[in-house]
Design a binder for this molecule. Structure first.
Ligand SMILES: C[S@@+](CC[C@H](N)C(=O)[O-])C[C@H]1O[C@@H](n2cnc3c(N)ncnc32)[C@H](O)[C@@H]1O
Length: 283
């Protein structure tokens, strides 16, 4: 049977439910492994935005919130607002913020972060591994840049369509696409072009690939984390165990020694943009 994908609204509900169910497991399996990319994105925001300034930095798709204390340390005078679709993620992130004694300056909200309208003109936007989950990512990036105040900066790290040349993650992508039997839309095409075209005076500071190594005890452990605690869990909810077992068998054919340690080097895409300064008042 050909899998049928959900409508945009159904997909949003599915993602919120899935990420809530896996929040604790995701934090254990992925927060540490994704840390190097989070630190890269924060370093780029530091290069783009004076830490001595004030204002609000929004963190769309903050998940369990590992980047929030790192950002609070890098920008000690700013207010920081994390937003995530999944109540379960918000709960984990709020716990972390409270444990670190940051609740006076760091807030975590539940909701769809594809628009940031309610937060007022922002000093900054930082988002790690959320953009690829959003409907129309090019438009979402334009929305985030539009929410910046003059001189504000937006640094976004996300998983592109090609995550690695060869490796378990790309294998999972390719096998999933083959099972879908539908052409993959080129959702990266509008990044960063849509943001640059929609808003006057936006400067592209950086658009590059960032590689770090990831290690797993085995291919089976990678499969388990991706499907029971990570981005493929929503597929499990949507298509069920039988479909996932079919995918698992295809995936594991690439790893005859199921128990052998697995290392790979995924490449994220890091894009940073800055809004031009406020126009000088006429003399
Ligand atoms: C892969 S996790 C990334 C979490 C964290 N930033 C990190 O680097 O580990 C993706 C997160 O995006 C959130 N998400 C997906 N779509 C969203 C949306 N439209 N609005 C807000 N959050 C969203 C999910 O709930 C999930 O917590």
């Amino acid at each position: 049977m050909q899998p049928v994908m959900a409508s945009a609204q159904d997909r949003l509900k599915l993602l919120a439910r899935s990420w809530t169910m896996v929040a604790e497991g995701y934090d254990k399996s992925f927060s540490g492994r994704f840390g190097p990319w989070q630190r890269d994105a924060i370093a780029q925001l530091q290069a783009a935005l004076p830490a001595s300034g004030r204002g609000t930095i929004a963190v769309p798709a903050c998940g369990p919130g590992q980047e929030l204390p790192l950002l609070a340390a890098a920008f000690p005078r700013h207010r920081i607002v994390g937003i995530d679709l999944a109540e379960g993620m918000v709960e984990v992130a709020r716990r972390l913020v409270a444990e670190r004694g940051l609740a006076d300056r760091v807030e975590v909200r539940a909701g769809d972060a594809s628009r940031l309208d309610g937060l007022g003109p922002l000093a900054g936007v930082l988002s790690v591994f959320g953009l690829q989950q959003m409907p129309a990512p090019g438009q979402v990036l334009a929305n985030w840049v539009a929410a910046l105040q003059p001189g504000g900066a937006c640094c976004v790290c996300f998983w592109p369509q090609q995550v690695e040349r060869a490796g378990p993650w790309q294998r999972l992508f390719d096998l999933t696409a083959a099972l879908n039997r539908q052409p993959q839309p080129d959702w990266e095409a509008g990044i960063p072009g849509q943001a640059l075209a929609a808003i006057n005076g936006v400067q592209l500071l950086r658009d590059e690939r960032v590689v770090h190594a990831m290690e797993w005890p085995s291919a089976a452990a990678f499969w388990q984390a991706m499907t029971r605690a990570g981005p493929w869990h929503s597929r499990l909810l949507h298509f069920g165990e039988e479909h996932m077992e079919e995918l698992r068998k295809l995936f594991m054919e690439g790893y005859p020694d199921e128990a052998a340690p697995l290392a790979h080097t995924p490449e994220a895409r890091l894009v940073c943009l800055r809004r031009g300064p406020a126009p000088k008042a006429a003399l």
